[in-house]
Design a protein around this ligand. Structure first.
Ligand SMILES: [Zn+2]
Ligand SMILES: [Zn+2]
Length: 634
């Protein structure tokens, strides 16, 4: 009798079953099966021969669904590695990659989104460095593992390097951060490689997602374009794994299995001897650091051509029209409009402002989240931007009964109102509220062009097709971001400014209002000086022992009552190798949620320690603990 370990897409480890009696062929790891678990039939995947044979009666595998593996063995190995690295069960890893009803799919042709013409011409106009292309091609042909970090001026440049490479390569995975990138890029790639292309992302209807899966497994398609989950596409030994916009935070999955698709790309490349190409106009500090220590090979596109000029306005001394609007910014907007151009004003917050009682300084805050509510003038309400809680008390202070309020800070609505007052324009508002109002409002395709002035939050720059652009872009209050309690805030702001520059036309202008012009973000971003910015940022991280010069595991704990005593037992002596920070109550919805951070310069030791903490706590009743390995924010 042969026993097999089966993984189910459930948050549990592998379970052992007897091999199905009378099944004629060999049973291999990665094959899809059906088996009974707690009285119901479930789809699962063969992990391999059983490691331990359990005593007592063992159930039999009910059916083997296909005569070949749905996941090639390197992907099974990769999933096992992910389960180990991210401190989760193998079931949870499978759950995030196995489409439901995967065996029911029928084959169909890929749907083409829309015309590829505009993108094709903008990519074709760009020159590429032939040495860079041939270096990457050469590595692919050698079938050896190697990771390149390619620094280019724009997303279009990333595509211009990618296209000659994939045209000649077989079995490629191309990752982009958002579905909107897929919609933008897929018609172009389709024109380039035809039916070889398959699209894979989490928002595909189930049927299409299954089709994609089958087209890949059957070999009908060998180029996969997708978002983060496509990194586990069941492609046979990929020759190239390309991660476009590699700095983008959307590559990190924030729920369930908290993996980072860029890191998995590098690991998969290593395990399958693939060439990994990470590209970006503003690489992440992690990747940059990896290229300085020789883990990745750094490639750069020398001829950056014309980039928009960046001007920093010192708000401590600049002439101001209102508290938030410098004369320079207003004049630039006016002249842009006069010259029939279009301007984009970026604000850090939606809504109008925060209301503070002028008499007793009271600020109404969310009863759930305990953060200040934001006044939305258009609807006459106060709103929590975290949970959506609303309140109508905008007339009278709840604490002292005063009806006099001061407006603190400026959101999109307030900036729009000020522009209307001073320039007599009616700007288009674009923030998350607008996006949520429906697809008609949320589709930028037909609204940006022709609008002379747009006031938005950074949501707009994420959604804006890279081929559309403005003559002027103004960052009104970027300092707010630097005050966030996030050690990556400077890096993020630098990346945001560089990314936004892609939405500005050649010869256009970017203005940045700040009260901290001496900050290294502003000192270096003026000249797009990534190297010097990162050198300084690395020294800051080093002095505080933050990643990439250390590793972190963040635990989120949900429990009733006090948890210190329980934690004290679990947090054994770290020998000074792991720094334990917290527990700190979170400001989120629940009163019973805590964060506990582990930090260390030793990856291996941190990992072992985190696992032991997890193991001693996760089985407790009324206690929930979730690990986030390499969290992107704390
Ligand atoms: Zn008051
Ligand atoms: Zn709230």
């Amino acid at each position: 009798m042969v026993f097999f370990d089966v993984i189910f897409p459930l948050n549990i480890g592998p379970l052992t079953y007897k091999g199905p009696a009378g099944y004629p062929g060999p049973i291999m790891p990665g094959m899809l099966v059906r088996a009974e678990i707690k009285g119901t039939m479930q789809y699962g995947v063969i992990r391999g021969r059983a490691v331990h044979i359990p005593k007592g009666s063992v159930k039999e595998i009910h059916a083997v669904l296909q005569d070949r593996p749905i996941f090639p063995s390197p992907i099974m190995n990769l999933m096992q590695w992910m389960s180990d690295y991210y401190l989760v069960s193998e079931g949870l890893v499978l759950k995030s990659v196995l489409p439901k009803d995967v065996f029911k799919a029928t084959k169909s042709r890929e749907r083409v989104f829309r015309s590829a013409r505009s993108l094709a011409s903008s990519v074709a106009d760009l020159s590429t460095d032939p040495d860079v292309v041939s270096a990457i091609r050469e590595t692919i042909s050698r079938k050896e593992y190697k990771t390149y970090l390619l620094h280019v001026p724009s997303f279009m440049h990333e595509l211009s390097y990618l296209s000659p490479i994939i045209r000649k390569a077989r079995n490629c995975i191309i990752l982009v951060p958002e579905v909107s990138h897929i919609e933008e890029v897929s018609p172009y790639l389709h024109e380039l490689v035809g039916q070889r292309l398959t699209i894979l992302h989490g928002r595909l209807p189930r049927r299409q997602r299954n089709n994609a899966f089958h087209r890949i497994i059957s070999g009908d398609s060998d180029i996969v374009l997708g978002t983060r989950l496509a990194i586990l596409a069941p492609l046979n030994s990929p020759s190239l794994i390309a991660v476009l916009q590699e700095h983008n935070r959307s590559y990190k999955n924030l729920e369930g299995l908290r993996y980072h698709a860029r890191d998995i790309a590098v690991m998969r490349g290593y395990m399958e001897k693939s060439t990994v190409l990470l590209s970006s106009p503003c690489p992440s500090l992690e990747s940059f650091h990896n290229s300085t220590i020789g883990k990745y090979s750094f490639l750069t596109h020398d001829n950056t051509g014309q980039r928009p000029r960046i001007e920093v306005i010192n708000m401590k001394v600049a002439k101001k029209i209102t508290t938030h609007l410098s004369k320079r910014a207003l004049d630039a907007t006016a002249s842009c409009i006069k010259n029939k151009g279009n301007a984009l004003l970026l604000v850090n917050r939606k809504g109008y402002s925060i209301l503070q009682c002028a008499d007793c300084n009271f600020i109404e805050s969310c009863p759930e989240c305990r953060i200040p509510l934001v006044y939305h003038k258009n609807k006459g309400i106060l709103k929590c931007h975290y949970c959506g809680h609303t309140d109508n008390s905008t007339d009278i202070c709840r604490r002292c009964g005063s009806s006099r309020f001061d407006m603190i800070g400026a959101g999109t609505q307030r900036i729009a109102a000020e522009l209307e007052q001073h320039l007599h324009v009616k700007p288009l508002l674009f923030d998350k509220d607008v996006l949520n109002e429906g697809p008609d409002h949320g589709d930028l395709q037909h609204i940006t062009l022709g609008e002379e002035t747009v006031v938005g939050t950074k949501v707009i720059t994420k959604r804006l097709p890279k081929s559309e652009s403005f003559n002027l872009c103004i960052f009104l209050n970027p300092d707010m971001q630097l005050h966030l309690p996030d050690f990556r805030s400077a890096e993020l702001l630098f990346q945001e400014i560089v990314s936004t520059s892609e939405c500005v036309k050649d010869g256009g202008l970017i203005l940045i209002q700040t009260r901290m012009p001496e900050h290294h973000v502003f000192r270096y971003v003026r000249t797009y000086n990534l190297n010097d910015f990162y050198k300084e940022e690395l020294s800051v991280r080093k002095s505080l022992a933050y990643p990439p010069l250390s590793r972190m595991v963040l635990f989120t704990i949900t429990a009733k009552g006090e948890i210190e005593e329980m934690l004290a037992k679990a947090l054994t002596d770290t020998g000074g190798v792991v720094e334990v920070i917290g527990p700190v109550r979170t400001s989120g919805k629940s009163q019973d949620q805590w964060k506990l951070l582990l930090k260390s310069s030793s990856k291996e030791y941190l990992h072992r320690y985190a696992r032991s903490v997890l193991q001693s706590l996760e089985k407790r009743k009324g206690f929930r603990i979730v690990a986030d390995v390499d969290p992107i924010s704390i």
